[in-house]
Design a protein around this ligand. Structure first.
Ligand SMILES: Cc1cc2nc3c(=O)[nH]c(=O)nc-3n(C[C@H](O)[C@H](O)[C@H](O)COP(=O)(O)OP(=O)(O)OC[C@H]3O[C@@H](n4cnc5c(N)ncnc54)[C@H](O)[C@@H]3O)c2cc1C
Length: 436
């Protein structure tokens, strides 16, 4: 009987260490250095401040825990990773210090699965060491949720492929050593069979960043989401990862893990928002009492607690399903479901925390407004909520067959008749006795 919510003592000690380390050593980075530096591995902050912290994480055997031992991780599995990511999710820099930052986690998985030995030596090794940054370049300006409209294409020319086309929101391209670029290689078949993934070093001529789009609040040019034009970008034949036509198989390998990791970190972020909400509720007086004495504030606290517990259990359940998968396939339905729930829970809990803080909550003197912007971002990045809901619904519906007759199988008249027939003797006997 293995339905157990306890954490084994040795791992709990590690989690306690992580919690202290994040509080004492990493949260100060969040406050002292701008968020954009997280991905700039050439900046002195990375080498002088972050690198020594990463060494401490490695000494604790907590580095890159999403990876198996063959790739330098600890092979802890998803449940342990979830418990750790809940803590890391409370800080902007923590994932970088622990070697679990997106999009590098997913890109490392792709290279590990599909890269040649030379590609692994050149790119995977430093990526796993945390010394370089990578980019995943799939979305196009004319559409992201529907790959059917993608036009960026690659053509074979002798021993090389030549890539042409535009991509949009290619995060961190400006800092990356390489990009994994999706391009159409066979326009005569549906995109799901006709697209390929290319490993493209960013030093290759022809990668022209039109501009780096920023998120709301970032000034022009400060952003890290590239609008890029690939113009006659030449890469060798072995740059096609997994062979031609494999782009979507590869994309699923990458995006599944990333979505789960975001959800794990979101548990931590929402717990932090709930903590802030509760502290404010018991601290602030208005109209003769603390906020916590007002029923509507109590409702905020109760709803937030209930929703967070539900979400956390969903995430841990999904982690458990992945850990216990016998065919190595990720559970699409569960991953799509937590992807949808991730955006919703940030929207709701962080919003309530802001509301309870009043004007202070929406100000730049609290981290809440920044956290809340995660809601629309998580509703889009790695695919919009609507598309993931469709996936959930399709996967759920796969388990159902049409009713065999005119009426549903739960239609009462037939069921009552069948039940009465099953107990006909008793029913007749009782009825007979009763009427006597
Ligand atoms: C912070 C951030 C980082 C990102 N990083 C990357 C990256 O590194 N690499 C990369 O390739 N992409 C990246 N993206 C892009 C992301 O994958 C796309 O935004 C996403 O796939 C949606 O594409 P779109 O923005 O073109 O929206 P569209 O495809 O235009 O969709 C817009 C809206 O239309 C609706 N919609 C779309 N399809 C359906 C449907 N089937 N049913 C119902 N409604 C629908 C939804 O409301 C959706 O939000 C990032 C996005 C963000 C916000």
């Amino acid at each position: 009987m293995a339905w157990d919510f306890s954490t084994e003592p040795e791992y709990q000690e590690k989690l306690d260490w992580v919690r202290e380390f994040v509080k004492d050593e990493i949260e100060p980075l969040d406050l002292a250095f701008p968020h954009e530096l997280v991905y700039d591995k050439k900046h002195p902050v990375y080498w002088e401040v972050v690198k020594p912290l990463q060494e401490k994480v490695k000494e604790q055997k907590l580095w890159a825990c999403h990876l198996g031992p063959e790739l330098g991780g600890e092979g802890y599995g998803q449940i342990k990773l979830a418990l750790m990511n809940e803590i890391l999710g409370q800080s902007t820099w923590a994932s970088t210090v622990f070697g679990t930052a997106a999009p590098d986690t997913g890109n490392a998985e792709i290279l590990a699965h599909y890269g040649t030995q030379e590609q692994k030596d050149t790119y995977l090794k430093p990526l796993l060491e945390g010394d370089i940054v990578s980019c995943f370049s799939m979305t196009e300006p004319q559409g992201g949720a529907d790959p059917g409209v993608f036009t960026c294409h690659a053509e074979r020319d002798g021993d090389e492929w030549v890539i042409n086309g535009e991509k949009w929101f290619s995060s961190n391209l400006r800092y990356a050593e390489f990009a994994i670029v999706m391009a159409v290689t066979d326009p005569d078949v549906p995109i799901y069979q006709g697209a390929s993934m290319f490993l493209v070093p960013t030093s290759t001529p022809g990668i022209n960043i039109i501009r780096n789009t920023g998120l709301a609040g970032e000034g022009p040019g400060e952003g890290a989401h590239a609008y890029v034009r690939y113009e006659d970008v030449r890469v060798p034949a072995d740059a096609v990862l997994g062979g031609p036509g494999q782009a979507f198989v590869i994309a699923q390998t990458r995006l599944g893990g990333g979505r789960v990791h975001h959800a794990m970190r979101t548990v931590g972020m929402c717990q932090r928002a709930l903590d802030m909400m509760c502290e404010r509720a018991v601290s602030r007086y208005t109209q003769g009492g603390i906020l916590a004495s007002k029923q509507m504030v109590q409702e905020y606290v109760a709803d937030s607690y209930i929703e967070l517990l539900q979400f956390r259990l969903m995430v841990l359940h999904c982690a458990w399903v992945i850990d216990n998968s016998t065919d190595g396939r990720s559970p699409r339905k569960d991953i799509a479901a937590i992807k949808v729930a991730t955006a919703t829970i940030i929207k709701d809990i962080v919003f309530r925390a802001m509301q309870v803080h009043g004007s202070l909550g929406v100000s730049n003197e609290m981290p809440l407004a920044g956290m809340w912007s995660g809601a629309p971002i998580f509703g889009l990045a790695d695919g919009p909520t609507e598309v993931h809901k469709v996936t959930v619904a399709r996967q759920v519906l796969k388990g159902y067959d049409p009713a065999p007759g005119l009426f549903p199988t739960q239609h009462l008249p037939d069921r009552v008749a069948a039940a009465k027939a099953k107990f006909s003797e008793i029913v007749d006997h009782r009825v007979a006795n009763f009427s006597e």
